[in-house]
Design a protein around this ligand. Structure first.
Ligand code: ATP
Ligand code: MG
Length: 422
C-alpha cells in the first residue's frame, strides 16, 4: 500500500526532539508561575465568529488563513489561528472579571493557519502566550514585555531585540488613517489586490503586508507616532520609562502595527536576525476594548504570543541545547528467567521510590542490552544473574565514567542515588 505522509505545513516532533520542547516548556511554565500567571486551556476550535470579531475582518489571518469548515450540524467552526480571541471569549463567558483583578493568564497551544509553508511558517504551529486583563496602567505593558525578555536572558539568548511602537487609540488613528489613505492613494494601482481593497477599510494593514512591492511603497508612509494624542503619548512615554527601569533595551519602530486588528497603544515584537525572513519570535500588544466585542464590560487587555517553533529555531541557531533530564536512571540487565522475575519486583520497588527504571524486554545478550542502555542514555546499569541473586550482591556500573561498584541488592536505591549525584 502507498505510504501516507503528514499534511503539508505540519511537522512531527519526534522523541529525539520532544525532550528539548518539554524542557523549554517547563522553563516557561516556571517563569509564568513566578509572575503569577495561571494556565488557561480553551477549545482547539471555536465558532468562526470568535475569530472574525476577535482577530479582525480585514486581517490576513481572517481573510486568507483560517481553517474554517461546517460541522455536521451545519455550524461554521474554525480551528484556532491564535490564542487571544478564544481566551477573551472565555474570560467574558465565564465571568472571570468577577474574580481577583487583574487576571493573569498564560497558554501553551497549537494553532492552525493556512499559509504558504516555509522555514518558521507552518500550517500547524505552537504558541506560548500571556494575557493580562483589567490593568490599563503602562506598568502592565512593561511587565508583559519583561517576561519574554527574561526568558531569553534565562536561556542565554542575546541576539533577540525588542521593537516597540504605539499605534494610539481610535482618535489618533482617525487622523493617521486620513494621512495614510492620501499617501497610498497615489500608488494605489501598484498595491497588491488585497491592499487595494484594504485601502479604504483599514489602510494600516498595508504596513503589515508581506508583498515586497507594498513594503516598498509603504517605506516612506507617514508614521503613527506623529499622530498620537496627549494621553496615548503619555502612556507610551511611561512604558518606555518602566522598560528603562527594568534595564530592558528597546528600539522604536513605527512600522510595527502587528498582524491582528485588535491592538491599540503599545505594540511590540521580539525579533531575531538569525533565523531568516520569519524572524519575529514573539509579538504582542494592548487590546483594550476587545472584551466589549464579546459582549463583556470594558476590561483592558494586553498580551503577546510567541511562536514556539521559531523560539526552538533561535535556540538551535545559538547552539543552546537545553540540558535534558536523563531519561533513565537505571537499566536492569537480567540474565535468565529467575533474574527476570527478580527484576520485576526490584523495578516495582524502585519505581515506587521515584527512580526512572527500565529493564530489558527482549531477553537479549548482556552485550546487546549494554548497547541498548547506552543508546537510551541510561545513567547506570546493573547486571543480574543467578550468582548475584544468590549472593544478594551485584555490580552497578556508572555509564558516564565507566566506574563499577559492588553493592548489596537491598541497598540498590541508595547506591543509585549516590551514582546519580556524581
Ligand atoms: P508573521 O508576521 O510572522 O506572519 P503574525 O503577525 O501573523 O506573524 P502573530 O499572529 O502575532 O504573528 O503570532 C505570534 C507569533 O506566532 C509570531 O511572532 C510567530 O513567532 C508565530 N507564528 C505566527 N504564524 C506562524 C506560522 N504560520 N508558523 C509558525 N509560527 C507562526
Ligand atoms: Mg502571519
Amino acid at each position: 500500500m502507498a505510504q501516507i505522509t503528514a499534511p503539508k505545513g505540519t511537522q512531527d516532533i519526534l522523541p529525539k526532539e520532544s525532550g528539548r520542547w518539554q524542557k523549554a516548556e517547563s522553563i516557561i511554565r516556571e517563569l509564568c508561575a513566578q509572575y503569577g500567571f495561571k494556565e488557561i486551556r480553551t477549545p482547539v476550535f471555536e465558532h468562526t465568529e470568535v475569530f472574525v470579531r476577535g482577530v479582525g475582518e480585514t486581517t490576513d489571518v481572517v481573510t486568507k488563513e483560517m481553517y474554517t469548515f461546517e460541522d455536521k450540524g451545519g455550524r461554521s467552526v474554525t480551528l484556532r489561528p491564535e490564542g487571544t480571541a478564544g481566551i477573551v471569549r472565555s474570560f467574558v463567558e465565564n465571568g472571570l472579571f468577577n474574580e481577583a483583578l487583574p487576571t493573569k493568564l498564560y497558554y501553551m497551544i497549537q494553532c492552525f493557519r493556512y499559509a504558504k509553508p516555509q522555514k518558521g511558517r507552518l500550517r500547524e504551529f505552537h504558541q506560548f502566550g500571556l494575557e493580562l486583563f483589567g490593568a490599563p496602567d503602562p506598568l502592565a505593558d512593561a511587565t508583559i514585555i519583561s517576561l519574554p525578555y527574561r526568558l531569553f536572558k534565562k536561556v542565554g539568548l542575546d541576539g533577540i531585540h525588542l521593537e516597540l511602537n504605539s499605534i494610539g487609540c481610535r482618535e489618533c488613528r482617525g487622523k493617521y488613517r486620513e494621512a495614510l489613505i492620501s499617501y497610498f492613494q497615489k500608488d494605489r494601482e501598484q498595491l497588491c489586490p488585497t491592499c487595494q481593497e484594504r485601502l479604504m477599510k483599514n489602510p494600516m494593514r498595508i504596513l503589515d503586508c508581506k508583498s515586497a512591492i507594498c513594503q516598498g511603497i509603504a517605506k516612506d508612509a507617514p508614521v503613527i507616532t506623529d499622530y498620537l494624542c496627549g494621553d496615548c503619548s503619555d502612556h507610551f512615554e511611561a512604558v518606555k520609562e518602566y522598560l528603562s527601569l527594568m534595564n530592558i533595551e528597546y528600539h522604536i519602530n513605527p512600522r510595527i502595527v502587528r498582524g491582528l486588528d485588535y491592538y491599540n497603544r503599545t505594540v511590540f515584537e521580539f525579533v531575531s536576525d538569525q533565523i531568516g525572513a520569519q524572524g519575529t519570535v514573539c509579538g504582542g500588544g494592548r487590546y483594550d476594548g476587545m472584551t466589549e466585542q464579546f459582549g463583556g464590560g470594558n476590561h483592558s487587555g494586553i498580551g503577546f504570543a510567541m511562536g514556539m517553533e521559531r523560539f526552538m529555531l533561535v535556540l538551535e541557531q545559538a547552539g543552546i541545547t537545553l540540558e535534558e533530564d536523563c531519561g533513565c536512571d537505571l537499566f536492569i540487565i537480567p540474565l535468565g528467567d529467575r533474574a527476570c522475575k527478580y527484576a520485576v519486583g526490584l523495578t516495582d520497588r524502585l519505581l515506587n521510590e521515584g527512580a526512572k527504571v527500565q529493564y530489558d524486554l527482549l531477553r537479549r545478550s548482556v552485550k546487546a542490552q549494554m548497547k541498548y542502555a547506552d543508546k537510551i542514555g541510561a545513567a547506570c546499569t546493573v547486571v543480574l544473574g543467578d550468582s548475584e541473586l544468590d549472593a544478594g550482591v551485584a555490580t552497578i556500573k556508572n555509564m558516564k565514567n565507566g566506574e563499577q561498584k559492588q553493592i548489596a541488592l537491598n541497598d540498590l536505591n541508595k547506591a543509585l542515588l549516590e551514582e546519580l549525584s556524581k
